[in-house]
Design a protein around this ligand. Structure first.
Ligand code: OOG
Ligand code: NI
Length: 446
């Protein structure tokens, strides 16, 4: 037993995310088109901006770009959510952040399962935005009970998948053969099924309450509903999408284009109308799966995030993209747009490293960071924002629900979410702060 070789969690995550990407490419061919478009644009940007290429490479952020994806799934019960937590832990993905989407009329609350250490993030930052349906927001008692009954009768995990999770917990790891089986088995949970578990009448009743409720309750698994590649220039990808036969949603969500990109900008294309077959053998259609791209920028401190939230709220939302982006840009002139000011005003997080020159000189605790950077002893690379934005997430949800379907607004209930999860979610800002601090420590700055 001692010399059995456990596969590293980072390798399991890499394998799993590749397998998921392959599966989704087969299920949704337009996703494959999106991947090649993004890869092409990223290549062009890196060729036309060698400085950016060098900086990304030095920061160790270039390699992850071509494998970087996030996906999203939705589950119906506490048991499903807590089993997912145990499954993702095997791949080094842990719950970070709490997102309350009920404020935006979407009856779910969510977290992101993602790697949390700098090394794991550089290797493969695969993340899954995971939402738990809030049955308590279904007003009709009978329908709520019906949904709960349907959910409690299903098992979204294969028996072997459950065994392998247990085995991992007992052994403290999985060997190569077990990992292979684990990847195959766990993928089944996220596969699309045309066959619903309910008859057409039940589907319609749940659908009428909220499309998302039907999506979560009526299928045997929690199908992955999108996988998102990361682009270095979302405006260019958005502009090119129609040439590739893809119609993007009107507005790019998030902050405007910046010299120093901040947080997260996203756009998506509309969900597909897909054929389904109900348990009473009636045919129908269901819209759940869509495409999305994103551009990630620097992670913000509490102070930076407050400024962002205030400016975004002040800007409001537009209907036409160019007009909206121009308006956003003018509102965001108040947000500093150079690394020095972002650091000096403590608006964003950075990873510090000594240059060769800095290593031979040595650094004393308390020296002026900006002077050291200006004199070439130290470099500071922006920390990538690894999380999500609830306002954008709500916008993405809404654009895929077609017409605005309102649902009763619920209170945020992080405690209930964590009880269902069986763990507390980590605070994303604390993770960025710890990452920055550790990098300063390794340079001798603190
Ligand atoms: C999740 C939507 C949120 C994002 O990128 O903000 C999301 C969903 O539709 O299940 O993926
Ligand atoms: Ni997404």
């Amino acid at each position: 037993e001692q010399n059995r070789k456990w596969v590293h969690a980072d390798d399991i995550r890499e394998r799993f995310s590749q397998a998921m990407s392959t599966m989704y490419q087969q299920e949704v061919p337009q996703y494959g088109v999106l991947l090649s478009l993004v890869a092409e644009v990223n290549q062009q940007i890196l060729e036309s901006d060698p400085l950016l290429a060098t900086r990304l490479n030095q920061a160790g952020d270039l390699a992850r770009l071509s494998v970087e994806r996030h996906g999203a799934i939705r589950v119906g019960t506490a048991e499903e959510l807590s089993t997912l937590r145990q499954l993702f832990a095997i791949m080094g993905m842990h719950p970070v952040g709490y997102y309350d989407l009920s404020q935006a009329g979407v009856p779910v609350h969510s977290t992101a399962f993602r790697p949390t250490t700098p090394a794991a993030l550089k290797r493969n930052p695969f993340r899954l935005f995971t939402s738990l349906l809030r049955l308590d927001l279904i007003e009709d008692d009978t329908l709520r009970q019906r949904a709960a009954d349907i959910l409690s009768a299903r098992d979204i995990f294969t028996p072997r998948c459950r065994e392998l999770i247990k085995l991992h917990q007992l052994q403290g790891g999985l060997d190569a053969a077990q990992v292979e089986e684990f990847v195959t088995q766990s993928l089944e949970t996220f596969r699309w099924h045309q066959q619903t578990t309910v008859d057409s009448e039940t589907y319609q009743a749940l659908h009428q309450q909220h499309r998302l409720i039907a999506d979560v309750v009526c299928f045997p698994g929690c199908h992955i509903n999108h996988l998102t590649p990361r682009t270095l220039d979302i405006d260019r990808v958005q502009a090119l999408m129609p040439q590739y036969g893809i119609t993007p949603k009107a507005i790019i969500e998030g902050p405007p284009r910046r010299t120093v990109p901040v947080l997260l900008r996203q756009t998506s294309f509309k969900a597909l109308d897909e054929p389904v077959r109900f348990s009473d053998d009636h045919p129908g259609t269901h819209t759940a799966r869509f495409g999305e791209i994103e551009q990630r920028g620097v992670a913000l401190t509490h102070k930076g995030r407050e400024l962002y939230d205030r400016l975004l709220a002040a800007a409001g939302s537009g209907k036409e993209n160019q007009q909206h982006q121009d308006h956003l840009s003018s509102v965001f002139t108040e947000f500093p747009d150079d690394d020095v000011t972002l650091r000096q005003q403590q608006l964003a997080w950075y990873e510090y490293a000594l240059t060769e020159k800095g290593k031979s000189r040595g650094i004393a605790v308390g020296e002026d960071v900006e002077v050291l950077i200006a004199e070439g002893y130290l470099v500071a690379n922006p920390l990538v924002y690894e999380d999500f934005l609830p306002v954008s997430a709500a916008g993405i949800f809404q654009s895929n629900l077609g017409d605005n379907q309102a649902s009763s607004q619920g209170r945020a209930s992080r405690e209930e979410f964590e009880a269902a999860l069986g763990a507390v979610v980590q605070d994303e800002i604390a993770l960025y702060a710890a990452h920055e601090y550790a990098s300063k420590q390794s340079c001798g700055l603190v």
